[in-house]
Design a protein around this ligand. Structure first.
Ligand code: PEP
Length: 249
């Protein structure tokens, strides 16, 4: 089964209104070149309305699992949907590292995203010390466990982003072989939990210092269905070059 490549950008806490408009002007003028590849941006929440009608899918960097309530600082999935979001990120390592996100809360956010009519990109990945200790697969398994416990089947349009923490923002990318090994392991986990159909449908993105120079090799791997890009998604030229690299992969 062919899975359409997903090229997603995590803008973290970058970009002003003017910078967002300039990015969109530069990218949308070339979007016809990328038919068959899905482009997706996760900007800061106040920028979300600017992406409406841009032809680029968009969503917040996190949503809460309740529709509304006394949850200061959180984003309602219903509001995100109302703003035209079709995706939300969940469990990014910076949320885990700096804001107390756990495997359990990340799973709740991801599943709420689907419950409220959007698609999630669920992030996971090991720290350097865990890789060095040979614990990568154990960590990935533990990170997925609450998700598999809470959902009986693979939600429609569900994606995972394998982002080894040691590769995020460091300029140190996992090799294509390391990415493929982790992705094959994840697809196997999905198969065990959600069956062969779920394993075929789930899109597995790689994230961690993806650049135009390494994107093609990464996306040529059998189990790499796209990328989640931080730094290189901020500039139209590099984001478009990464999207172009997906052609033929
Ligand atoms: C990220 O923020 O998810 C990420 C992968 O960042 P970078 O591409 O800058 O490593």
């Amino acid at each position: 089964m062919a899975r359409a490549k997903l090229i997603s950008g995590n803008w973290k806490m970058y970009k002003s209104v003017a910078e967002t408009k300039a990015f969109l002007a530069a990218v949308t003028v070339r979007s016809a070149e990328f038919r068959g590849t899905e482009l997706l941006i996760f900007p800061q929440a106040p920028l979300l309305p600017l992406l409406k009608d841009s032809g680029i899918a968009f969503g917040p960097q996190s949503v809460y699992w309740e529709e509304k309530g006394a949850f200061t600082g959180e984003i309602s999935p219903v509001l995100a949907r109302e703003l035209g979001c079709t995706y939300a990120l969940a469990g990014h390592s910076e949320r885990r590292q700096f804001f107390g996100e756990t495997n359990e809360s990340a799973a709740k956010r991801a599943l709420a995203t689907h419950a409220f009519g959007m698609k999630s990109v669920f992030c996971l990945g090991e720290m350097l010390a865990e890789r060095d200790a040979g614990r990568t697969f154990d960590v990935l398994k533990a990170q997925c466990a609450p998700l598999f416990a809470a959902a009986k089947s693979c939600p429609e349009g569900f994606s995972m982003a394998y982002e080894p923490v040691w590769a995020i923002g460091t300029g140190r990318t996992a090799t294509a072989a390391q990415a493929q090994e982790a992705h094959a392991f994840l697809r196997g986990l999905v198969k065990g939990a959600w069956g062969a159909d779920g394993a075929e449908r789930v899109r597995l993105l790689y994230g961690g210092s993806v650049k135009p120079e390494n994107a093609k090799e990464l996306m040529s791997q059998a189990d790499v269905d796209g990328v989640l890009v931080g730094g290189a998604s901020l500039e139209p030229a590099s984001f478009l070059a990464i999207a172009a690299a997906s052609k033929g992969c």
